[in-house]
Design a protein around this ligand. Structure first.
Ligand SMILES: [Zn+2]
Length: 142
């Protein structure tokens, strides 16, 4: 958004107006869509004063964060897809399944994924079972 100080050449009224861009100002002026609030003249000009840009830092940061989040989310979703395609879902049975793979030597079955608590994960690690927690996004979440 750009704010211009405009002046009416007819009645010399000065007023501020916001435009999406300097191009928009030119376009409106060309089409005589800029007119004076006071005398309705279309002889409107920008005053020499430099246009002010809205410096809305927080909005920019929000946008950046959103973009970052979207990109991280995309990475996680791709990761999830990979896991779903290559690993077997065992849900709440994760600890049991992990142990049975480890102790029964079912090394050849594909990897598993499921729910595990941090405590259980620690126990598995203590037993020498390699498991990892990864961020998981519920697909129903928007
Ligand atoms: Zn005027």
């Amino acid at each position: 958004m750009i704010k211009y100080k405009l002046v009416c050449k007819n009645c010399e009224l000065k007023f501020d107006s916001w435009f999406a861009s300097s191009n928009e100002y030119e376009r409106l002026k060309k089409r005589k869509l800029l007119n004076c609030h006071n005398c309705n003249s279309t002889k409107i000009q920008k005053t020499i004063m430099a246009p002010q840009l809205i410096n809305n830092k927080s909005k920019t940061i929000e946008k950046i964060n959103l973009a970052k989040y979207q990109s991280v989310k995309k990475t996680i979703m791709n990761y999830q897809k990979f896991i779903k395609d290559n690993f077997k879902y065992v849900g709440e049975n994760f600890v049991y399944e992990a142990r049975s793979i480890h102790y029964d030597g079912k090394k050849k079955i594909k990897g598993i994924y499921g729910s595990v608590s941090k405590d259980d994960l620690k126990e598995l690690k203590d037993e020498g079972i390699n498991a990892q927690i990864i961020p998981w996004i519920d697909e129903n979440e928007n």
